[in-house]
Design a protein around this ligand. Structure first.
Ligand code: NI
Length: 174
């Protein structure tokens, strides 16, 4: 197990599209373990492969995260695909480990049904609502090179990117 460095904007890997995973190899399982460890350590509720410099279609999520390990509910989604979106919209404040300390409200479908492959190679269908819905869509966006700031006005996006630059300059983040 090892913590992976989290890539921060404006690294171009965050704008790339990740490729489907064809086989659940030991390397893929190790990547899932490392990504979960990295997400819990951050701490965050979701982490996508692009954010650790891997361009394969995997993300990890645990919206129930509390400090106690016993309350963890880790979910690993491989080759996720949204097959249904609710008409009802939800607005929630989102953040991103690749855009540290920045938050903004994002509008998304309030519920989504997602199909994915789990670490056993089995096809799973999962209904995510509210925070989970935001998280699934946010992480799946990462695999397509899309960030939550891409939904904001150009002015707001530029302001956020400048703030991250300043945090780097000030040594608050790497
Ligand atoms: Ni993110």
């Amino acid at each position: 197990m090892s913590l992976l460095p989290i890539i921060v904007v404006p690294d171009p890997v965050l704008k790339e599209t990740a490729r489907p995973i064809e086989h659940i190899t030991p390397e893929v399982k190790q990547q899932a373990t490392d990504m979960l460890e990295t997400m819990y350590d951050a701490p965050g509720i979701g982490l996508a492969a692009n954010q650790v410099g891997r361009l394969n279609r995997m993300f990890v999520m645990d919206t129930t995260y509390r400090k106690e390990a016993s309350s963890r509910n880790p979910i690993v989604m491989i080759n996720p695909k949204i097959v249904w979106r609710s008409e009802e919209i939800s607005v929630m404040e989102e953040g991103c480990l690749s855009i540290p300390h920045q938050f903004a409200e994002v509008e998304r479908p309030k519920a989504v049904r997602v199909q994915y492959i789990d670490l056993k190679g089995q096809k799973v269908e999962y209904l995510g609502e509210d925070l989970e819905s935001h998280c699934i869509q946010h992480e799946l966006d990462h695999l397509n090179g899309v960030l939550f700031i891409d939904y904001l006005s150009r002015l707001k996006r530029t302001m956020i990117l400048r703030k991250v630059e300043k945090l780097k300059k000030d040594g608050v983040i790497l």
